[in-house]
Design a protein around this ligand. Structure first.
Ligand code: HEM
Length: 470
């Protein structure tokens, strides 16, 4: 739904100097205390723009009106309470998230709750579990090496969009993993572009919830939205159906799901459920990893000291041979770059939950149906928890250092923690190492980076870059 008002997005802050880089972030919101309409309109464009300086500190806040309650939790102890201790009361995703994704994912794990989630979670977790990485990592290596060959053909100075490139790469990897099929550049770009325009058309917050509908109302399917959904679904459906009709023994995640259903018919996974779970793993794994890699290139391009340290490590660990899964445990700096990237630009910057029953978070009384937002974006830049919260400092993650519990949650936490955590982390490290061994990525002249939070956090309009052979 389009509203007839316009609000200007806030100024972007980005600072650099010798040996330091403060990457792009929106300026704090400074409107009057009850500028709710302005905040609401801004939030629909980009939720991160509505946070005030104080929202970044260790405190919880709430907004109440029309019987609705919106709570933002930014204290690690209370993050734990919502995501882990009382997950049973807060497991439900926000109406905006459920409504936005249900056309694509049906009752897939990401947005399901209750019995459906309980039954499917062990199944999906097992299929994407880290123990299966050795079976799937060759897809990561092969698809990235294909990209190395393609990038090597670029004429010097050619400009490409890093977000689209990384989106294509992670789409290839996850498609081969989930469907055991190569989807090829055309289908990959259909998915990346379709999902991208889909994100631009759905809201971060549900107007319907504010107007009194606890479950939101179904998305208005405008022709553009229908087209965006159709682009993504068509590819996934075609690849999944091809696969389900014929070869089910190729070791893909879908084949594993089918086999599990055959062994345990009580699971009741019909064709639709299988497709929904395959689409969920695909979506959850594609977009998030693409965003991580894109932000990592942006950060490295602006931090020459970090880029040098990364190159030195890859050379020390791998020599001239392409990095493989076996190298990942020794690519410590590479891991630190990815962990710091996930701190500064968590691909899922907002975890939205809806309270089932009345509860109490810290000193806030929660009413049934209240919306609770835990924002990794806020938490990861909280000055009470992090030294130099807005600086890019991969070194902070070296030497076995770990952040305080529940202060660093790019993969969420508690029972609904990302099922593909190890998969996503390993894929990001491996793809970055393979590409960084051969190329430097530089921002195209005149590029301004604006982080925009829709369903995921991405650079608005993509990230134009040039690729230099090392
Ligand atoms: C860097 C990459 C990734 C990041 C940052 C990430 C982050 C997240 C987050 C924050 C959630 C929880 C969302 C919420 O509670 O609202 C989530 C859930 C999920 N992720 Fe990931 N993810 C990544 C990669 C992957 C990959 C590669 C896969 C699969 C191969 C995957 C599969 C899932 C699934 C199935 C869920 C739903 C879990 C549930 O609700 O029980 N993710 N992810």
């Amino acid at each position: 739904m389009r509203l007839p008002f316009r609000v200007e997005p806030p100024q972007i802050i980005e600072k650099r100097g010798k040996g330091y880089f403060e990457p792009a972030r929106p300026a704090h919101f400074t409107g009057p205390p009850r500028a709710y309409l302005k905040m609401f309109l801004l939030a629909r464009k980009d939720y991160l723009s509505v946070f005030r300086k104080n929202d970044y500190r260790s405190r919880n806040s709430q907004m109440r009106g029309l019987g609705r309650q919106l709570i933002v939790v930014n204290v690690p102890e209370h993050v734990k309470y919502v995501l882990a201790t009382r997950n049973d009361n807060f497991e439900r995703k926000s109406p905006a998230m459920r409504r936005a994704l249900e056309y694509l994912l049906g009752d897939g794990l990401f947005i399901s709750d209750g019995e459906t989630w309980k039954c499917r979670r062990p199944l999906v977790s097992d299929i994407v579990h880290k123990n299966r990485l050795p079976d799937f990592a060759h897809h990561m290596e092969e698809a990235t090496l294909e990209m190395v060959r393609r990038w090597s053909q670029f004429p010097p100075g050619a400009t490409v969009d890093a977000l689209a490139e990384m989106g294509g790469l992670t789409a290839e990897i996850i498609a081969r993993t989930v469907f055991g099929d190569k989807i090829g550049p055309n289908d990959a770009s259909e998915i990346v572009e379709g999902f991208s325009s889909f994100q631009g058309l759905v809201d971060n917050i549900s107007l319907a919830y504010v107007a009194g509908f606890d479950n939101g109302i179904p998305l208005l399917k405008t022709p553009r939205l229908r087209r965006a959904i159709a682009r993504v679904r068509d590819v996934i459906d075609r690849v999944a159906s091809n696969h389900l009709e014929g070869k089910t023994e190729d070791g893909s995640m879908l084949a594993l799901l089918v086999r599990r259903q055959q062994k345990n018919p009580e699971l009741g996974l019909d064709l639709r459920a299988l497709r929904n779970e395959a689409a969920t793993i695909f979506m959850a794994g594609q977009e998030t990893t693409a965003a991580t890699l894109t932000w990592a290139w942006y950060l490295l391009a602006n931090a020459p000291w970090a880029e040098q340290a990364l190159h030195a490590e890859i050379e020390r660990v791998c020599g001239n041979a392409p990095p493989t899964l076996a190298d990942v445990p020794r690519l410590e700096y590479c891991r630190a770059v990815i962990e710091e990237t996930l701190r500064l630009y968590p691909p899922v910057p907002l975890l939205g939950r809806q309270a089932r029953d009345a509860d109490r978070i810290g000193n806030i009384d929660v009413i049934p149906s209240a919306l609770i937002t835990i924002s990794p974006w806020l938490l990861h830049r909280n000055p009470d928890l992090w030294n130099k919260p807005n600086h890019f400092v991969p070194e902070r993650f070296l030497g076995g250092w770990r952040p305080l519990p529940y202060s660093y949650i790019p993969f969420a936490s508690g029972p609904r923690i990302c099922a593909g955590l190890q998969f996503g982390l390993t894929e990001s490290i491996l793809c970055l190492a393979i590409l960084a061994q051969r190329f430097k990525v530089r921002l195209a002249a005149g590029t301004t980076v604006r982080p925009a939070s829709r369903l995921t956090l991405r650079p608005l309009g993509g990230l134009p870059v040039t690729i230099e052979l090392r």
